[in-house]
Write a protein that binds this ligand. Sequence first.
Ligand SMILES: [Zn+2]
Ligand SMILES: [Zn+2]
Length: 177
Amino acid sequence: MPESPEARVRRLARSRTYNKKWREANSERQKKYFRDWRKGNPEYGVNYMKDRREGRIGPFGPEDGEDWQGRNREDFLKIKRENTNRRRREIFLEALQHYSGKEEPECYCCGEKTLQLLCLDHVDGGGNEHRREIGKIRVYVWAKREGWPPLFRVACHSCNTGAHLNGGVCPHQSASA
Ligand SMILES: [Zn+2]
Ligand SMILES: [Zn+2]
């Protein structure tokens, strides 16, 4: 059943009260968080104000032209995308470090260290099937959420494919055996 207009007004009033209480109870914590965040991102304030002044980023208002709402939306989506990508990179690195057991992750087989060339390799194969099972979520995000199950090792794409094509053992390994 869709929410009636009256119920909506009541719900929004409740959440406003709740948010206000939360802010009052946590104001010190929130202030500290932003203080620390600014310390870690010193370029943010400067670039942000410059971009605002020169009309590159929002929030825009009606005085910024007819398309101001669309521009706000684009900015919002861009920031959201950047945050998602940054978070993904962080989790990816965390996963590689966890599964290689090294601060500087490397391929279990050939020792490749270039992050862009590394991936999580399913120890017992079955990677495609597993990916289908977990759906759209990235394997490393899934692994973090599941508490790092011991299903993976770190491989470069080349050794990953090599093992896949060679019945589970990278040709590097069978050649040296
Ligand atoms: Zn390799
Ligand atoms: Zn290899």
